[in-house]
Design a protein around this ligand. Structure first.
Ligand code: FAD
Length: 434
């Protein structure tokens, strides 16, 4: 009998783990799968993106983690493709390499003042409140007015976290320092700014409703009028979004302590301030703007206009994604690159929910299994020895379980299910790698 085919999956986020599960379902015992991640923790944005107060989605991790129980599946953490191992080394050591690295950068506004202190990305803000070890602190002292640019679900998440009573976040897994910062913050106004109308916004209705229903917030609307939108001409999701906004305006909160200001058909033209963001000039985007725009005060601006993929050295990259056909990686001229695959956000672009990656992973896994029919077997390099010779010791599943247990312990002391460990040195102590 032939030795099992060896597959490397680069990235242990939802797409990578769904791919491993799909490969096991489709080719079972004929495979040995190594799942690499630059972090010692699996789950990607499920751990470091999905909002801490969305515990039920977080529980998908339990399902995803089942792949690690299969006998020929290994987790190799603390190995970054492009830094610790190159795509060429992976190709030499595996029959198939699946890139599942997600989209770890974000898009910029490209307007004057964007680099002023106080102008940050929602991606960094999310990484901070999620306890990502690379996150920079996000001081909120002195922030009364925050402008969130974008009307997708990420924008809704960050607006909610800023507007929510911190006491309602104390049961989450947020790191202690994050909770302390949110508790001492005095945010009063959050503006959410969209280039087009509420009927075009990307946020989904349950997420929008949850934001609008945040206890003790007042809601205002500028730039759009739900009454003048032809609901019958809209798709169900757009209709529900407009209706949710109309309902929130019709039933104002009693005694609001914070405010959500929805602004549609406007875009930031300039961030204003001397040495620190102090305001945002919003200009109208409609077909015949009647005026030049207006300024909203802002001590913090979070741009939330989309994530962006980061290229891997030597791997084709175009428009924020790895070019591919149903998951098979293509050269920029459209020719094939046998043995290399893409899945998840780096395959499709940064859109879609956790569940979207399952179908996507099944498609990529099917290509891998199909190609094994005709891809010739070749001698494979021993990557374990190469890494060891260079002093790189990948973290293991047992290391992740130690981190997991330590987070649960930290949480238990505080009466919470889990408290994230956010510092690299603490994570590495648990890996035994420091
Ligand atoms: C802020 C935010 C909130 C979200 N909330 C929800 C939600 O509530 N519900 C929902 O269904 N979906 C949500 N999503 C969408 C969901 O997170 C994505 O669909 C999903 O995570 C994409 O999976 P992925 O595996 O392609 O990428 P990722 O989850 O980003 O995983 C990529 C993995 O690759 C690793 N990696 C990156 N580069 C390298 C490298 N060079 N070498 C080795 N490893 C590497 C990363 O560490 C990471 O573990 C949210 C997304 C964001 C950004």
């Amino acid at each position: 009998m032939d030795a099992p085919r060896r597959v490397a999956i680069v990235g242990a986020g939802p797409a990578g783990l769904f791919t491993a599960a799909a490969l096991l379902a489709q080719a079972g015992d004929d495979l040995a799968i190594d799942i690499f991640d630059r972090l010692p923790t699996p789950f990607g944005l499920l751990r470091y993106g999905v909002a801490p107060d969305h515990a039920s989605i977080k529980s998908v991790a339990t399902t995803l983690a089942r792949v690690f129980e299969a006998p020929h599946v290994r987790f190799l953490g603390l190995v970054e493709c492009g830094r610790d191992v190159t795509p060429t080394q992976l190709r030499d050591a595996y029959d198939a390499v699946v890139y599942a690295v997600g989209a770890s950068d974000d898009r910029h506004l490209g307007i004057p003042g964007e680099d002023l202190p106080g102008s940050r990305s929602a991606r960094q803000f999310v990484a901070w409140y999620s306890g990502h070890p690379d996150a920079e602190p996000q001081p909120l002292a002195g922030v009364r007015n925050a402008v969130v640019v974008g009307v997708g679900n990420v924008a809704v998440d960050v607006a909610r976290i800023l507007l929510k009573d911190p006491a309602d976040l104390s049961a989450t897994d947020m790191p202690d320092a994050v909770l302390a910062e949110l508790r001492s913050a005095q945010v009063e106004h959050v503006w959410l700014v969209g280039r087009r109308g509420p009927e075009h916004a990307a946020f989904t209705t349950p997420e929008l409703r949850e934001l609008l229903d945040t206890p003790r917030i007042g809601v205002t609307l500028t730039g759009a009028d739900p009454a003048s939108i032809d609901l019958d001409a809209l798709e169900r999701h757009a209709r529900a979004n407009v209706a949710a906004i109309a309902a929130a305006l019709a039933e104002p909160a009693i005694d609001p302590v914070r405010w959500l200001h929805l602004v549609f058909w406007h875009r930031p033209a300039e961030l204003l301030g001397l040495g620190q963001v102090q305001g945002v000039l919003l200009e109208p985007t409609g077909p015949r703007p009647a005026y030049g725009g207006f300024v909203v005060p802002a001590d913090l601006v979070l741009r939330s206009i989309g994530y962006r993929g980061v290229p891997l050295p030597g791997v084709p990259f175009d428009n924020g994604r790895i070019p591919n056909l149903e998951g098979r990686v293509l050269e920029l001229d459209g020719s094939a690159r046998p043995g290399e695959y893409a899945v998840g956000w780096v395959k499709r672009g940064p859109v879609g929910l956790i569940g979207s990656n399952k179908k996507d992973a099944a498609e990529t896994a099917a290509c891998v299994v199909e190609d094994f029919e005709f891809l010739p077997r070749r001698p494979l390099a021993d990557l374990d020895s190469e890494l060891a010779a260079r002093g790189i010791r990948p973290s293991t599943l047992a290391d992740w379980r130690r981190i997991d247990a330590a987070e649960i312990d930290r949480g238990a002391i505080r009466g919470r299910e889990r408290t994230k460990i956010e510092a690299w040195h603490d994570l590495l102590d648990l890996v035994g790698n420091s």
